[in-house]
Design a protein around this ligand. Structure first.
Ligand code: CTP
Ligand code: CA
Length: 228
């Protein structure tokens, strides 16, 4: 007899997930990046797909295989990530797990040369669009459930509560990315989940895949029970 099929409570739902770092070019050969590995975001995409969601994963440059059964859109910069996310709407669920660069450089069209004179070049930085805030607050296509992440190195929960309000998202998953925690690039994570209804949960020292499964389960609970 057949094994019982796993329940798929998110069948019929479209989930949009961002993951990884972004790369912001300085010139044709150089860029600014950050330490994000994409492990947490990719694991969230896989976990939502496992519950039956149709998943679009918009990812910056990572050294990870594409999760099975997920539609992956590869981008480099924050601006490209925003464009790809907008193009993927409408979605029922948006999970912003990417470590989006806060600033981009006014990039040079040609390689900057050491001997051009004038010493080291000054980089002019411009603020990038905030993808999470944009999708949380604009237009008729706001996903029903918007989940942000918050990378903090101190006062994690207090900063994350304020960040959730500022971004207009429903839930925020706060993680401590101090070097001693090994979160950036590592396989484990400790997070605080902060919801608009005031409930907060601490998920301590778990594999990133387990954080992803719990988050996907909480998301499916929302859609099954209407719990926000
Ligand atoms: N985020 C985003 N677009 C940006 C910056 C951040 O979508 N340009 C999203 C991240 O994917 C994450 C959340 O916003 O879900 C919080 O990112 P974080 O870097 O912690 O917050 P910032 O608002 O950028 O504030 P700061 O870096 O100054 O703490
Ligand atoms: Ca930031």
């Amino acid at each position: 007899f057949a094994a019982q099929a796993a329940p798929k409570p998110l069948v019929g739902r479209h989930a949009l997930v961002t993951s990884g770092p972004t790369h912001e070019p300085i010139d044709p050969v150089r860029y600014i990046a950050n330490r994000s590995s994409g492990k947490q975001g990719h694991a969230v995409a896989a976990a939502l797909a496992a519950l039956g969601a149709r998943v679009t994963l918009v990812s910056g440059p990572v050294r990870l295989p594409d999760p099975a059964g997920v539609n992956v859109v590869a981008v480099e910069t924050a601006s490209e990530m925003l464009t790809a996310c907008r193009a993927a709407l409408p979605a029922d669920i948006f999970v912003a797990a990417a470590a989006v660069a806060d600033w981009r450089v006014e990039a040079a069209g040609q390689k900057l040369k050491k001997r051009d004179g004038g010493g080291p070049p000054a980089l002019t930085l411009t603020e990038n669009p905030d993808i999470l805030a944009t999708l949380s607050t604009t237009g008729p296509y706001r996903p029903e459930l918007v989940v942000g992440f918050a990378a903090e190195t101190n006062d994690v929960v207090a900063y994350a509560r304020a960040k959730r309000l500022r971004k207009g998202c429903d839930w925020i998953v706060a993680n401590d990315v101090s070097p001693a925690t090994g979160t950036f690039g590592g396989d484990r994570n400790s997070v605080h989940v902060i919801r608009a209804d005031g409930t907060e949960e601490a998920w301590e020292n778990l594999a990133k895949t387990e954080v992803a499964s719990r988050l996907a389960a909480a998301i499916s609970n929302h859609f099954v029970n209407g719990k926000k």
